[in-house]
Design a protein around this ligand. Structure first.
Ligand code: PEP
Length: 254
């Protein structure tokens, strides 16, 4: 198996003030002290808590990312932040195209592609989220949807930048519903995503791309998911808000 990065990431969404962010990260660092893990642990707090998160995570192995970024560098774009601003805060990661942004805030494959291009100009690691809704799965459209989303997001990526991209497969029907994809379903979707990347950029680039699974991941289902050959980590929503449960997921990821 290729030597891919293993990542356990927590998407905090619209949760936690700066003070709560600090106490959660402090608690996480205590719970992870002495835990021998191959995984890179990343948290994605809301924008206003990012500076506090970086400070609280200093001198630990915990990394910090933002939940979104705009593609322009500066100018008249009220409410937006640039990749350069996020880098200046000391972040390492940024989420792109989360299904909640696609469903509620007008995100499309085209806007994900523009954000990705801006991020790849700098040094942040982008985590590009893709995934089908229930009706698409039930109608047998999953493969087409994943192919379209991956091709759409990565269409302008230069071959020498592909290695920096992390993809997260997050079936929308599994997000926040308690219905985790079975390890087999997740592995099949990851294989489809990897094959799409292979067609676009070659097999070795695809084999080096880390693909995370997200959707109702908990400490109890992590080990079975991570046992699948095509899963390189997990992106966790609800269960990442509590330090004990998130640390349990890190431990279960091995
Ligand atoms: C997510 O929103 O990225 C997610 C995976 O959420 P949850 O773990 O709560 O399903």
């Amino acid at each position: 198996m290729a030597n891919r990065r293993v990542i356990v990431a927590g998407n905090w969404k619209l949760n936690k003030t700066a003070a709560e962010t600090r106490s959660t990260i402090m608690s996480l660092r205590n719970k992870l002290a002495g835990v021998d893990t191959r995984a890179e642990v990343v948290v994605f707090p809301p924008f206003v808590s990012l500076e506090t998160a970086v400070d609280a995570a200093r001198e630990t192995t915990v990394r910090v990312g933002a939940q979104n970024v705009y593609w322009e560098k500066s100018g008249a774009f009220t409410g937006e932040v640039s990749a350069e601003m996020l880098e200046a805060l000391g972040l390492d990661y940024v989420l792109l195209g989360h299904s909640e942004r696609r469903a509620m805030f007008g995100e499309t494959d085209e806007t994900v592609s523009r954000r990705l291009a801006a991020v790849l100009e700098g040094r942040l690691t982008p985590v590009v989220c893709v995934g089908e809704v229930l009706q698409e799965r039930e109608s047998g459209a999953t493969a087409d949807v994943l192919k379209r989303q991956v091709e759409g997001a990565l269409k302008d990526v230069a071959p020498d930048h592909v290695g920096r991209i992390v993809v997260a497969y997050e079936p929308v029907w599994a997000i926040g519903t308690g219905k985790t994809a079975s390890p087999e379903i997740a592995n099949e979707a990851h294989t489809l995503i990897r094959n799409t990347i292979a067609v676009m950029f070659g097999r070795s680039a695809a084999d080096e791309t880390s693909i995370l699974y997200g959707g109702s991941v908990k400490p109890e289902n992590t080990a079975a998911l991570m046992a699948e050959s095509e899963l390189d980590g997990v992106l966790v929503g609800g269960a990442s808000l509590d330090a004990a449960s998130f640390a349990g997921i890190v431990r279960a990821a091995g």
